[in-house]
Design a protein around this ligand. Structure first.
Ligand SMILES: Cc1ncc(COP(=O)(O)O)c(C=O)c1O
Length: 473
């Protein structure tokens, strides 16, 4: 439990020499009244400035009585103690990389940003008039609450899958404001406080936050890399992480940042494991349209998977490169009875929030029709950057790990220094910003993850500097 202590100040009513409850008796407060605030993990003993406070007892429900020890004199003070949920378990302090980045930005330094994965800032040509015109639909002036989302918007998502060769009944779709929200719905649906979900390692860093905010415990299972074949699921580590509290297995297909697809053989094993242990599959397919090349072994999408209760997540943030429009979804599938029960329970959760805006739902079909040229630009950019990088590495101590899709590439660098040192030096001395592998929870060092979205000129300058720096070490 983290507590926020707001010091109320001096404590005695001088007229009566009685202790006063500061928040209710301001009028009689001493002129020495001060206010200081601080956050403490341990409210039993705290230090503010040069004074030490020792907690004595609770004065009232939210006010604690402290003895202030200063210059060997003791006085009783009162503090209002506000406690926040331990779900917010992260330090609010900036780390060294964030501090250095803020300094560079304040100084107006031109940075070469290899973490840039915001498609709206990467120089792609968007059909702006069409995107904006679709938002001006008069139908959006009506409020039509629908737990699963407006029927024609769900029909548009089903059409998107049909065009990819997959049959999805619109009644199996729940629209959400993002895939992040979709995760939150699924954790509410499947878990109680302290229940566990298995996640791939390495993978998407936001899982830690999404799970903790819902009271879910994450257990990693490893993805193993074999060069040049690529990444595969380590089922032995998955079995080790399973226990009586496990409720679901998460997959990212293709994964961020490894770019690896789930293979058909792996899916068969997963279905069998989920059926045996009553687990659900949660499959994030936001990068599903960004496969590089074809490979028969890939499970391109799990929307038709019936072997286990399956929830496929996707949305406009990657499919349309429009994360600001905030539309995601869940496609539910699996054995009939289980699937229908899950859908109805999801209805209840979604009906509580009704979070997708009407203009976005009315625009959905129009926007989805615009996706092909956008995706083409992104795929061409990713492929161009990747091809350049592969050629540049022929005579380098760094190795490019095999990428099957997505917006990232992973470089294995010599393990001479900790990743953090490398990343800090790159920013401090070369003005290059790059993600260290530990950001994605790689099982070991040393890796750097680069976005494939930056314009080629930026990408090439940044990587030329990066490779020079890494080769020096
Ligand atoms: C694997 C993965 N899932 C989901 C998201 C975010 O999607 P949304 O904007 O719909 O929450 C991202 C964003 O980078 C991602 O990498």
């Amino acid at each position: 439990m983290t507590s926020y202590i707001r010091w109320q100040g001096c404590t005695e009513n001088y007229a009566t020499h009685q202790a006063v409850e500061p928040r209710r008796d301001y009028a009689n407060f001493q002129t020495s009244f001060t206010e200081e605030s601080a956050t403490f993990e341990d409210v039993s003993r705290s230090t503010v400035g040069d004074a030490e406070f020792v907690r004595r007892d609770n004065f009232s429900a939210d006010t604690a009585k402290y003895t202030r020890v200063k210059n060997n004199q003791e006085r009783t003070w009162y503090a209002w103690v506000m406690s926040f949920s331990s779900r917010i378990k992260w330090s609010l302090e900036e780390n060294r990389l964030t501090q250095l980045l803020a300094e560079k930005r304040r100084a107006g330094v031109c940075l070469f940003d290899l973490t840039e994965a915001n498609p709206t800032r990467a120089g792609f040509a968007f059909p702006e008039p069409e995107i904006l015109a679709a938002l001006a639909n008069p139908a959006a002036l009506r409020y039509e609450p629908e737990a699963r989302g407006l029927p024609h918007a769900r029909e548009a998502v089903a059409t998107y899958y049909r065009e990819r060769g997959f049959a999805v009944d619109p009644e199996r779709i729940h629209l959400t404001a993002s895939t992040s929200e979709a995760y939150a719905y699924l954790f509410k649906l499947l878990t109680d406080q302290g229940d566990e979900v298995l996640i791939p390692q390495p993978s998407y860093p936001l899982f830690e936050f999404l799970a903790a905010l819902e009271g879910v415990v994450l257990r990693p299972y490893e993805l193993e890399y074999v060069h040049p074949g690529g990444w595969r699921m380590d089922f032995a580590s998955l079995a080790q992480s399973l226990n009586a509290r496990t409720r679901a297995v998460m997959l990212v297909n293709p994964n961020n940042p490894t770019g690896s697809f789930v293979k058909r053989g792996e899916l068969a094993q997963l279905n069998e494991l989920c059926a045996r242990h009553d687990l659900a599959l949660i499959v994030d397919e936001v990068f599903g349209d960004y496969g590089l090349g074809d490979d028969e072994r890939r499970a391109a999408s799990l929307v038709e998977n019936e072997g286990a209760l399956t929830f496929v997540l996707s949305g406009f943030s990657k499919i349309l490169a429009l994360p600001q429009m905030k539309l995601g979804w869940i496609v539910t599938n699996g054995p009939d009875a289980l699937r229908d029960e899950a859908r109805e329970r999801l209805d209840l959760i979604a009906d509580t929030f009704l979070s997708v805006s009407a203009p976005v739902q009315h625009a959905a079909a129009h926007w989805l029709a615009l996706r092909a040229p956008l995706q083409r630009q992104i795929l061409d950019r990713a492929q161009e950057n990747l091809t350049w990088l592969a050629a540049r590495l022929t005579d380098s101590p760094c190795r490019l790990l095999t990428v099957e899709g997505g917006w990232y590439a992973t470089l294995e660098i010599p393990r001479l220094r900790p990743e953090e040192d490398v990343v800090l030096r790159l920013l401090a001395e070369d003005d290059v910003l790059v993600h260290p592998g530990y950001f994605f929870d790689f099982a070991r060092e040393a890796f750097l993850v680069v976005s494939l979205l930056p314009p080629p000129a930026t990408f090439q300058t940044a990587l030329t500097r990066l490779l020079a720096r890494v080769s020096q070490h």
